[in-house]
Write a protein of this length. Structure first.
Length: 118
């Protein structure tokens, strides 16, 4: 197993709709390094394969501590999201302006409920 320092994980990545990503970029999470971004804007034309590729990239990067993903976008790649088991980067499903949060669809919340016996 490769050794790494948790202090190296200093970025937040986001996969979401334009409003969510823009708001988070305005809040200061944006980072571009050697053509590698820490965000993906998803619209109706975005291929599911592009969303999955971004998810894979962000979950494998050693500089990302948290991955935020709009819940309606996570639904498009639900099997991939459900398979994700790592502690870092932490995966957080967030609502968007047009799609409210639904706790019954959140894979992390389901896992926690299962662990606590609910």
């Amino acid at each position: 197993m490769t050794s790494f320092n948790l202090k190296d994980r200093s970025l937040i990545a986001v996969i979401g709709d334009e409003d969510s990503v823009t708001g988070l970029l305005l809040a200061g999470i944006g980072h571009v390094n050697q053509q590698r971004k820490n965000f993906l804007i998803v619209d109706a034309k975005t291929q599911v394969s592009a969303i999955e590729a971004a998810f894979q990239e962000y979950t494998e990067r050693r500089d990302i501590a948290i991955l935020l993903i709009n819940q309606h976008v996570a639904e498009k790649i639900r099997p991939t999201v459900d398979k994700y088991q790592q502690a870092f980067p932490a995966l957080v499903e967030i609502p968007s302006k047009d799609h409210p949060y639904d706790p019954s669809k959140d894979s992390i919340l389901k896992r926690v409920q299962k662990l606590v016996g609910e």
